[in-house]
Design a protein around this ligand. Structure first.
Ligand code: AMP
Length: 129
């Protein structure tokens, strides 16, 4: 068992967290916003991995999918419905797209604010990257 100090996602730490996405949400740093409503904010990834690469974040904060377990099911549903809505708004729904939710370090998560990647606008290679 590895005993090095992995960063935990306790509610206290989450409350104090201030990631780049918290700052985008507060409009403190610029982002190419493609959609915003009462529930979510969607903006273009700064380092796109596909012709179209947009990130969708809920306005209600959670660090990652693990924390979504404590959410009301209705709010979880709204988040995923809004991801699909954003995909329609940015024009990738008709031909298809990939959604990715990285969770934790080994899952490749680099920003501790839950975000759904929407990748599309072209045929994507592989299935999981
Ligand atoms: P993940 O690795 O799943 O945590 O994804 C984080 C994503 O956020 C990466 O694809 C980054 O390119 C993207 N990103 C980091 N900083 C910014 C920023 N300021 N504006 C837009 N996207 C960003």
């Amino acid at each position: 068992m590895t005993l090095f100090p992995l960063r935990s996602h306790t509610p206290v730490e989450n409350t104090l967290a201030d990631t780049v996405f918290d700052r985008i949400l507060r409009h403190e740093i610029p982002a190419k916003i493609v959609y915003e409503d009462d529930d979510v904010l969607a903006f273009r990834d700064i380092s796109p991995q596909a012709k179209t690469h947009v990130l969708v974040i809920p306005k209600k904060r959670a660090a990652n999918l693990t924390e979504l377990q404590s959410w009301d099911s209705r709010d979880v549903g709204i988040f995923f419905q809004k991801v699909a809505l954003v995909a329609e708004k940015i024009g990738v729904s008709e031909h298809g797209y990939r959604t990715v939710l990285n969770t934790g370090r080994e899952g490749g998560q680099t920003v501790d604010y839950i975000h759904a990647h929407i990748l599309g606008g072209e045929p994507l290679s592989g299935h999981f990257s």
